[in-house]
Write a protein that binds this ligand. Sequence first.
Ligand SMILES: [Zn+2]
Length: 170
Amino acid sequence: MRKRIDFYCPHCKTKKRITINDEYNESHIDNLLDRSAFKIKCNKCNQETIVDYNFCLKTKSYSLSYGELKDVDRFTLTYDDFKEKVLIFEDKLNDILIELMKKKLNHDLNTEYELRYDGMNDKQLIFYSIDSNESYAMNKELYDYYQNKYKTDNVKDVEITSLNFDKYIK
Ligand SMILES: [Zn+2]
């Protein structure tokens, strides 16, 4: 839905009314990931700013919000979390099992890194650690094994994180 909101340019403090879109679909994914969907150019000082507001992404296969909005499969509270979930769902993976993969990776490395899913190839899932600034690959076979072994709850309106994912696994 398109909405009109007040925008204050952080550079020159000029106030103006802008139109924002708070519901996106699959055609907007690239613009959401590179944040170009949120760029506003001030017509007084010409500086570009990223506008921060809550929105949801609704595709044919999943729904996701940035900010705690209702009637979505998942909500996320940070922009990096939002991006990670898009990558996970676009690759048709289960975010609860991805958290389980991260836990296993931390166990294998004997670390407690904050890990983010960062894509896949034919044989591997790639995780990135903000703490070590490195990428790690895990066998896709392990993911398939988890998928066969465990059932995950079909929950909605939740934030799935490394702290709570295990309560949705049976
Ligand atoms: Zn300005």
